[in-house]
Design a protein around this ligand. Structure first.
Ligand code: NAD
Length: 261
């Protein structure tokens, strides 16, 4: 219960890594605002499960991360209900896999908006309160693709390299205010986002879906294991604690050795 009474927002937490981080924070005692898209009944079921299982307050916002006023409204709602927002996890993200010459411009815009600009809008809105309370934890979910590239993912790799730069810059700006800003850079996690890109990667590379899993995804990871959402949730909780007060401005790979190569 190391985070009992703290208040967190986790964007894109109706699925995959975000849901895992929301659950880990709730388990550590945090009140959490969930966000993301999906089936309304399923989202409500998850929201109330977390609330009952961990005896914390759990809210849900349907704010679209491409819409800056909606992001501001989500943060204002969390502030009003919780009193303050001490932890912001920028996790919402989408992917599109296609060669550069046919890459749809509207996909580029959506990926930059959701995977990069939403973090900017969220961070600038939570910093004043964090400064006032002299405590804050901002965690940006980047990717191994914040450090290295893969073909056919131009927008995603650009956005993730961008979030690495944003992480370092804001960390420097708020370093004396008890606020840390870090990025977690996961390797492949078997979430709906990765499942969905397997057919497109197969098409772009002219190989089968099984070959994509073996020769593209896990080939990048020396451990030959997918990273798990539980591992990422535990790291997020650690970064929110007092022991992590000196960890700031980092891009932390959790990638089974991928970026060591
Ligand atoms: P996912 O598809 O399971 O979840 C994405 C979440 O973002 C969902 O809750 C979805 O509703 C939400 N979302 C999408 N568009 C949104 C929008 N416009 N507004 C609000 N919410 C929106 O994906 P995931 O694999 O859990 O990915 C989460 C993050 O982790 C992403 O930033 C992704 O780039 C990053 N990541 C994933 C992997 C991986 O292997 N899965 C690896 C490295 C980094």
């Amino acid at each position: 219960m190391m985070l009992r009474g703290k208040n967190a927002i986790v964007t894109g937490s109706t699925s995959g890594i975000g849901l895992g981080i929301a659950e880990a924070l709730a388990q550590a005692g945090c009140n959490v605002m969930m966000n993301g898209f999906g089936d309304a009944e399923e989202i409500e079921a998850e929201r109330s499960r977390l609330e009952t299982e961990y005896d914390v307050k759990v809210l849900y916002s349907s704010a679209d991360m491409t819409d800056p006023p909606a992001i501001a409204f989500m943060i204002e709602t969390a502030r009003e209900t919780f009193g303050a927002v001490e932890i912001l996890v920028n996790n919402a993200g989408i992917q599109h896999v296609e060669p550069i010459e046919t890459f749809p411009p509207e996909k580029w815009d959506a990926i930059i908006a959701i995977n990069l600009s939403s973090a900017f809008h969220g961070i600038r809105a939570v910093i004043p309160d964090m400064k006032e309370h002299h405590f804050g934890r901002i965690i940006n979910i980047a990717s191994a693709h914040a450090l290295v590239a893969s073909p056919f993912k131009s927008a995603y790799v650009a956005a993730k390299h961008g979030i690495a730069g944003l992480t370092k810059t804001v960390a420097l700006e708020v370093a004396e205010h008890g606020i840390t800003v870090n990025a977690i850079a996961p390797g492949y996690v078997l979430t709906p986002l990765v499942e969905a890109q397997i057919p497109d990667t197969a098409k772009a590379r002219g190989i089968t879906e099984e070959e994509v899993k073996r020769d593209v995804l896990l080939a990048a990871q020396p451990t030959k294991q997918f990273v798990t959402v539980e591992q990422l949730g535990d790291l997020a909780v650690f970064l929110c604690g007092d022991s992590a007060a000196s960890i700031t401005g980092t891009i932390l790979p959790v990638d089974g050795g991928w970026t060591a190569q």
